[in-house]
Design a binder for this molecule. Structure first.
Ligand SMILES: Nc1nc2c(ncn2[C@@H]2O[C@H](COP(=O)(O)OP(=O)(O)OP(=O)(O)O)[C@@H](O)[C@H]2O)c(=O)[nH]1
Length: 355
């Protein structure tokens, strides 16, 4: 190994004890020099008085330079530090020098002889000698931390990527949740609308025939199949076709809506009002005798005839009124009221009822 120095030449001293001590010291120094030659780590020793830096063989081996290729000054080494790290390291080192004691550790990239860069860790110490208070030298070690540093950087990069992915994922989840909430709200609205349409007439917003029949079945039960009075009133607008023909279908629609609102406003809470079809409407009057139902039919008929609907449209209605007979079915009750309506239609603008 060319870097291992030969032992120092023997120098004879007159005092045998001093000679023994010198021999012992020479051997230790030689051991130290051998160790320096073997160690992988690099060592350096800066003598502040001369300004020169000594570096160990391991130092040059690590960086691949011949000893004479790196000037033996701190600046000579500073030039090998990666430009992106140089200022930081120089600042750290200068602060350390100003402190005049302690240690300083820095990690940076160092340029190798083949042009590549190696991550190293440089640790510097102040050295005082003997009784002297002011330090004379600064020494340090240089370690190859390239693999560890690359793994650390790769890990940092991965964790950065992960954080980014996490953020993207969170954003995606937030966006999807918002979309789902919107879709759910839309579905709820649509479902409510479908439910409403299954029970309501879309033009007048009254109950439709289906819902009315369900209510009728309930009320039949409640009436004890006719033991308690229950009346049904069917009415139909007279000559409604003429209104459509004269004012147009949209006005006809508005008239139907106006009539529905007008009657609804005059109903009792227990009554059920529905559009039976076309310009035909139906009213269910629980706990109501035929005479009362008849009175109501007449009041509605007269009131409607006196009312001016949209575009001052005037109309009359014909009514059929029937009270549930004991044991009678809902179908039969409707059919009877319809027959009375048919009879009313013979003269129009009147109500017909039979016991
Ligand atoms: N605008 C509008 N017209 C409707 C609607 N449903 C049914 N009609 C109309 O109602 C009219 C019913 O005509 P008809 O059955 O001849 O009865 P009418 O003209 O009222 O005569 P009578 O009932 O015999 O007095 C038709 O012209 C239908 O087009 C609706 O939702 N909107």
């Amino acid at each position: 190994m060319s870097h291992i120095p030969p032992p120092l030449p023997d120098v004879s001293l007159p005092d045998p004890a001093a000679e023994d001590e010198l021999l012992f010291l020479r051997q230790r120094l030689h051991t130290l020099e051998l160790a320096m030659g073997i160690l992988e780590e690099g060592f350096w020793d800066w003598d502040l008085a001369s300004g020169r830096v000594w570096r160990s063989p391991g130092f040059y081996r690590m960086l691949g330079y011949a000893a004479e290729a790196v000037p033996d000054t701190p600046e000579g080494f500073l030039r090998l530090i990666h430009p992106e790290d140089r200022e930081r390291v120089a600042r750290l080192f200068s602060e350390f020098l100003q402190r005049g004691q302690g240690t300083c550790v820095a990690e940076f990239r160092c340029k190798l002889a083949d042009g590549r860069y190696l991550w190293v860790e440089d640790e510097a110490f102040w050295v005082t000698q003997g009784e002297r208070v002011s330090p004379l030298r600064v020494i340090g070690s240089l370690k190859d931390v390239h693999k560890r540093k690359l793994a650390e950087l790769a890990l940092r990069h991965k964790s950065f990527q992960l954080e980014n992915l996490n953020l993207q994922l969170e954003n995606l989840v937030r966006r999807r949740t918002r979309e789902l909430e919107r879709a759910n709200a839309l579905l709820r609205t649509q479902l409510a609308e479908i439910t409403r349409l299954s029970t309501h007439d879309s033009l007048t917003e009254l109950y439709n025939r289906r819902k009315f029949e369900a209510v009728l079945a309930d009320e039949l039960e409640k009436s004890g199949q006719g033991l308690k009075p229950l009346c049904l009133l069917i009415f139909d607008i007279d000559y409604f076709k003429r209104i459509n023909d004269q004012y147009g279908h949209p006005v006809g629609d508005q008239v139907l809506v106006g009539l529905a609102r007008w009657v609804t406003a005059r109903m009792r809470q227990t009554d059920t009002f529905a559009r039976w079809g076309g310009e035909e409407f139906i009213l269910l009057l629980p706990r109501t005798r035929r005479e009362e139902a008849w009175g109501l039919a007449e009041r509605l008929r007269e009131g409607l005839a006196a009312e001016a609907f949209t575009q001052a449209v005037r109309l009359t209605v014909s009514m059929g009124v029937a009270q549930l007979r004991p044991g009678e079915t809902g179908e039969s009750l409707i059919s009877r009221a319809d027959q009375y309506l048919y009879q009313a239609k013979l003269s129009r603008n009147c109500s017909v009822s039979h016991p």
